[in-house]
Design a protein around this ligand. Structure first.
Ligand code: SR1
Ligand code: MG
Length: 423
């Protein structure tokens, strides 16, 4: 889709009068737009992000560019992603209030969202690089996922709104296509934009491209990603999509939202925590200095899953209006017992999905186009490659053999072994 006639990328000069004409935003910032401070701070892969500060307060303005910022104008990308992001933020705000930023204004033609300036929040990934612990994170992200993923599924509600959600987000094709290529296919072929720490990881990159069981598993998960419409996903739920302080957590950036398999969001969180885990030896000043922090990260992996599972099942037990597993069919004691078993089977399958998607999300961040600051900020390439080799080793195991794992504790034990044994 070509940009609308009124679309133009905003800058300092155009933002001031534009925002000044929106009464709600003017109220927040304070009058005299000429005296506002406007900074473009976007360091993500896709968009412009401005912080605008006035005498009374501040707002964030996120605007889509008609191309992938990371690559340039040679890779066009629809501005409509901003519409899906706005729509997903509205759904999430209803289901998980307090866990997403407030929205003040949306302009579909300009592909622009004006939202809450979160302060003193920082991007979680940056906090993990610095070794900061976040006591609320596991509970908050688990609550966010349980509420949004359960709440948009037919376990919670009627067929009609669910199908409207499927249809409403189905056209977010270009963003899904990025994931389909970058997560599930490109790391396993010679894609022109792939990159990795070379020559240190050349052997692993080659062996992954020749690894038939791994490629089969990755493509089976791609099929699942493309066809299993379980719930409205955030779609890009990595630690760069979380802004937080030790006492407050907000989930941002759902422009990849679509109705897909629940384990994809859960796996994104778990995979990114494990990338942070394997990156720690690249950040510690002396060997072992981050041992405690490493353990904290593994604890988050188990707590996120445990809490998510608990909350998802709680919500399911309390739901009475779900179109699937109609509650009235299971009202008696035998029915309740049967449903308890069924929920257990459902959550077991979700565990296996999440583990496999976690592995795939780890691999793409080491061998594909878009990498992560956890690893990229390790300047010594030998040290970085050691961290990455460990991450890839665990990730392959999760993708190919993850269904054999009995618990998250077994997964974290495997991570610990790999950290100690792979030099
Ligand atoms: C070309 S976009 C690369 C990546 O940036 C986003 O954050 C998504 O993770 C996407 O895969
Ligand atoms: Mg993003």
């Amino acid at each position: 889709m070509s940009p609308s006639a009124t679309y133009r990328p905003m800058d300092d000069a155009s933002l001031r009068p534009y925002l000044g004409a929106i009464p709600a935003v003017l109220d927040l910032l304070g009058a005299e737009p000429d005296r506002w401070r406007v900074r473009e701070v976007g360091d993500g892969n896709l968009n412009l992000v401005f912080i605008v500060e006035g005498a009374e307060g501040a707002v964030v303005v996120k605007q889509a560019l008609p191309y992938v910022r990371l690559v340039g104008e040679s890779w066009p990308l629809p501005l409509e992603r901003s519409h899906y992001e706005h729509r997903a933020l509205c759904e999430q705000a209803k289901l998980a209030p307090g866990l997403v930023p407030d929205i003040y204004h949306f302009d579909r033609d300009l592909a622009l969202i004006v939202m809450e300036f979160l302060s003193p929040h920082i991007i979680m990934r940056k906090g993990l690089v610095r070794g900061i612990e976040y006591p609320r994170f596991a509970e908050d992200i688990a609550e966010f996922m349980a509420r949004t993923l359960f709440g948009t599924s037919v376990l919670a509600g009627a067929a009609a709104p669910y199908k409207a959600l499927v249809a409403g987000f189905a056209p977010n094709v270009a963003l899904c296509r990025i994931t389909e290529d970058l997560v599930f296919t490109d790391p396993y072929r010679e894609a022109p934009l792939n990159r990795w720490t070379s020559p240190q990881l050349d052997d692993l990159a080659l062996s992954f491209r020749r690894d038939a069981p791994l490629k089969r598993a990755a493509q089976a998960r791609k099929f699942q990603f493309m066809t299993e419409a379980q719930a409205l996903l955030h779609g890009d739920l990595h630690t760069g999509s979380v802004m937080l302080t030790p006492t407050n957590t907000r989930i941002i950036d759902p422009e990849f939202a679509f109705v897909g398999p629940i384990g994809f969001d859960v796996g994104a969180v778990l995979g990114n925590l494990m990338l942070a885990y394997f990156a720690q030896s690249g950040h510690e000043t002396t060997a072992g200095a981050r041992d405690g922090y490493r353990e904290w990260l593994l604890t988050q992996v188990t707590q996120v899953w445990r809490r998510f599972e608990q909350r998802f099942v709680d919500l399911w037990r309390q739901a009475s209006a779900g179109e699937a597993y109609v509650a009235a069919l299971f009202a008696d004691a035998a029915g309740q017992a049967e449903m308890a078993l069924e929920r257990g089977r459902f959550m077991r399958r979700l565990f296996e999905d999440s583990v496999a998607f976690a592995g795939l999300k780890m691999i793409r961040r080491v061998l594909g186009l878009a990498h992560v600051e956890d690893l990229e900020s390790i300047t010594d390439p030998n040290l970085r490659a050691r961290c990455e080799r460990r991450a890839l080793t665990l990730a392959r195991e999760l993708v190919v053999n993850g269904t054999a794992l009995s618990s998250m504790a077994e997964l974290t034990a495997m991570a610990r072994n790999i950290e100690q044994e792979i030099a």
